[in-house]
Design a protein around this ligand. Structure first.
Ligand SMILES: Cc1ncc(COP(=O)(O)O)c(C=O)c1O
Length: 355
């Protein structure tokens, strides 16, 4: 039986060569290749500059710190996302205001953001989930500084604008199974040099004129950055492969049983994840676990797209769209090394085991 894992890093000879060169050079800590990766990412996204750090979670924290967000402030974020944005807000001592998502796209609902806003709101963290841009136009019109979270989406556009190029600050994650990986790693990007300088000062504990209690060791290494540069060179191919695999899922899965979230006009999707909403009605949590485990027995690893929405951890009421997503959405394997035949097999198993 062939196993089809849910996610897999896309590492090849180019990445191995790039990492080997760094090992041979002996310069394995932070050095010139980190700068090269920062410039490459900034050019790709279309902003002035970037500061590479040790993870996407750290990137979120340093973005907030650079903006001066702290005690007494609040930051708006969606419930339906991993816990990293919430943790970053906790780390800087601000309050998280958690809002519901748009039920059709699973991204942040701008109307909910507008209602949650207070005089102490300093920022909105806008995750572009699963490869689909959030409604940046509507969010931008609210006039609150946006931190775009591009951990799951690079290379997509909203009204012709690249994700990551719109917010005051943008964060990326380069975790092993992301669109572009360095093992662990992240970056803060912006057009605002002063903010980037603050992030740069926060990622390094030494070499400053005075002690800064907020600074820490949040650096990326040249070994990671070399893999990042090599991956960035391949990102276009990776995205083409993902689009081709998504087209096969679209052809093979009946929408009356497995409906993907909507891609609104003016937005492009890069399919970091292929999400479907099970149309047979909400499966109970036990039924969903049983369905996932029947598929795993057949060699197909599917997952819940978000481990647990934040409002469920925090026991907050009135999040119908996030509840629905948590109850009926599943994430199917999609990554560049997957073959179209494996996608057809996955689609067949999904249908056979849905009973
Ligand atoms: C939307 C989002 N934001 C932030 C993060 C955190 O990134 P990292 O795992 O690199 O800390 C992730 C990681 O999965 C993510 O999906």
């Amino acid at each position: 039986m062939t196993m089809i894992p849910h996610s897999k890093p896309s590492l090849g000879q180019d990445d191995i060569r790039a990492a080997t060169e760094i090992l041979r050079s002996g310069q394995i800590a932070e050095g010139p290749i980190v700068g090269q990766f920062e410039r490459g990412m900034a050019a790709y996204i279309g902003v002035q500059g970037g500061v590479a750090v040790s993870s996407g979670t750290v990137a979120l924290e340093l973005a907030l710190r650079a903006m001066g967000v702290g005690h007494g402030d609040n930051v708006i974020l969606p419930s339906y996302v991993c816990s990293a944005p919430w943790l970053a807000v906790q780390r800087v001592g601000a309050q998280a205001r958690i809002v519901d998502i748009d039920p059709t796209t699973y991204n942040l609902d701008p109307q909910k953001v507008r209602k949650a806003r207070t005089s102490r709101t300093r920022a909105v963290i806008v995750p572009h989930l699963f490869g689909l841009p959030a409604d940046l136009t509507a969010l931008q019109s609210l006039g609150i500084p946006l931190i775009e979270d591009c951990a799951q989406t690079l290379g997509a556009t909203e009204q012709g604008r690249a994700v990551g190029s719109v917010g005051l600050l943008t964060v990326c994650s380069f975790y092993a199974t992301k669109l572009l990986c360095t093992g662990e790693g992240g970056m803060v990007l912006s057009n605002d040099d002063a903010l980037l300088e603050r992030v740069r000062a926060l990622r390094e504990y030494d070499q400053a004129p005075s002690l800064n209690a907020a600074a820490f060791n949040c650096k990326m290494t040249d070994l990671q950055a070399a893999i990042g540069v090599s991956q960035l060179n391949q990102l276009g191919e990776f995205l083409e492969k993902r689009a081709a695999l998504a087209a096969v899922y679209h052809e093979s899965l009946p929408v009356e049983l497995f409906a993907p979230p909507a891609v609104p006009a003016g937005r492009t999707h890069v399919y970091y994840r292929f999400i479907v909403r099970l149309q047979q009605g909400a499966l109970s949590s036990d039924e969903c676990t049983a369905y996932l485990s029947r598929m795993a027995h057949r060699g197909l690893q599917c997952r819940k797209p978000v481990f647990r929405p934040l409002h469920r951890y925090l026991e907050l009421p009135d999040f119908p769209a996030s509840d629905e997503a948590d109850d009926v959405a599943i994430s199917l394997p999609i990554y560049p090394s997957l073959s179209e035949d494996q996608v057809r097999l996955a689609s067949q198993i999904l249908q056979e085991e849905l009973r």
